[in-house]
Write a protein that binds this ligand. Structure first.
Ligand code: CU
Length: 294
C-alpha cells in the first residue's frame, strides 16, 4: 500500500515537472522573453529558498519544543528584547527585498528599449490594433495591413505601437515576451524580437467579453529575405483596404485572416481617436445594446 502511494506521488511529480517544460513562457524564442524568463526563475528560486528555511525552522521548532513526557508544563524564561536577533530579522528581509528589486527594476528599464543584442538594427514598426474580437497589424513603412496574423523578420527588434478600437485589450506573444495593454485613445509601446524563424502563438490577454477566447493570431518569424518577399508579394497582389471595408471589419465578431496593400492609418489612428469605432458602427446601423441582449 505504501509503495503504491509513493508511486502515485512520484508519477504526479513527474507529470507536474514535464508539464512545466511545455509552458511557452519558460521556453523563450527571443531576448525579451529570455530576460523575463531569467527574472521569473531568479525570483521563484529565491522565494523557494525563503520557503525552505521558514518551513525547516517551523518543523524544527514544533518538534523540539512540543509538549512531551518529561517536557510538559515547561514555562520559558521571561525575555525582553535581543539586540542580535532583532538585527538579524531586520537585515535578512532587507537583503531579500534588494535581491528581488534590483534585477526587477533593471530588467523593466532595459525592456523599455530595443534589445541590446540588436541595438544597431533599425526596428520594424508595426501598429497592433485590437477590435472586438480581432487584431489589425499595420506596417506603415511597407504600407500593408494584415488581420489576425503577422509576418516579422527574425533577429530584428519589432516596435509594436498598441491601441484599441474599443475594449481595453492586451497583446501577448508568450514565446517573444510578456503582454502590454491596448487602449482606445492611447498609445503604448513594446519591443519584441524573435531570435529564430518559427510560428508563434499570440493572443489577447485581457478579458473583453464573449469573443475573447478566440481573439488569437499567429506570428510568422522568418529570415529577412523571406520577409521581404512576403512584403513585396503583398504590395503587388493584395487589394487596398477601403474605409467601407474597414468599418465593416470593426463590427464586433470574428473575421478570417486578411491581407491588404494599404493601412487604416490613412484615415484613423485609434490611439488618437477613441470614438471612431462607435461612430463607424452607428453609420452601419449597428445597435450595441440590441446585440448584447441576444
Ligand atoms: Cu490607458
Amino acid at each position: 500500500m505504501k509503495r503504491v502511494k509513493h508511486l502515485f506521488l512520484f508519477s504526479s511529480l513527474l507529470i507536474f515537472l514535464s508539464g512545466c517544460s511545455a509552458l511557452p513562457v519558460l521556453d523563450p524564442k527571443g531576448p525579451v522573453a529570455e530576460a523575463q524568463k531569467d527574472l521569473i526563475v531568479w525570483s521563484i528560486s529565491l522565494m523557494l529558498i525563503v520557503v525552505a528555511v521558514v518551513f525547516g525552522l517551523f518543523a524544527f521548532i514544533i518538534t523540539r519544543y512540543r509538549e512531551r513526557p518529561g517536557h510538559d508544563s515547561h514555562e520559558p524564561d521571561e525575555m525582553e528584547g535581543n539586540k542580535w536577533l532583532e538585527i538579524i530579522w531586520t537585515v535578512i528581509p532587507i537583503i531579500i527585498v534588494i535581491l528581488l528589486a534590483v534585477p526587477t527594476v533593471k530588467t523593466i528599464y532595459e525592456l523599455e528599449e530595443a534589445p541590446k543584442s540588436s541595438k544597431d538594427k533599425e526596428p520594424l514598426v508595426i501598429h497592433a490594433t485590437s477590435a472586438n474580437w480581432k487584431w489589425f497589424f499595420s506596417y506603415p513603412e511597407q504600407e500593408i495591413e494584415t488581420v489576425n496574423y503577422l509576418h516579422i523578420p527574425e533577429d530584428r527588434p519589432i516596435l509594436f505601437k498598441l491601441s484599441s478600437a474599443d475594449s481595453m485589450a492586451a497583446l501577448w506573444i508568450p514565446r517573444l515576451g510578456g503582454q502590454e495593454y491596448n487602449m482606445a485613445g492611447m498609445l503604448t509601446e513594446i519591443y519584441l524580437q524573435a531570435d529564430e524563424p518559427g510560428v508563434y502563438q499570440g493572443r489577447n490577454a485581457n478579458f473583453t467579453g464573449k469573443g475573447f477566447t478566440k481573439q488569437q493570431f499567429k506570428v510568422y518569424a522568418e529570415t529577412p529575405e523571406k520577409f521581404q518577399n512576403w512584403v513585396n508579394k503583398t504590395q503587388d497582389e493584395a487589394p487596398a483596404l477601403t474605409q467601407v471595408k474597414y468599418d465593416e471589419l470593426l463590427l464586433p465578431g470574428h473575421v478570417p485572416r486578411q491581407t491588404y496593400s494599404s493601412t487604416h492609418l490613412q484615415w484613423v489612428n485609434h490611439a488618437k481617436n477613441a470614438e471612431y469605432a462607435i461612430k463607424a458602427r452607428e453609420r452601419q446601423g449597428y445597435d450595441s445594446e440590441e446585440a448584447e441582449s441576444h
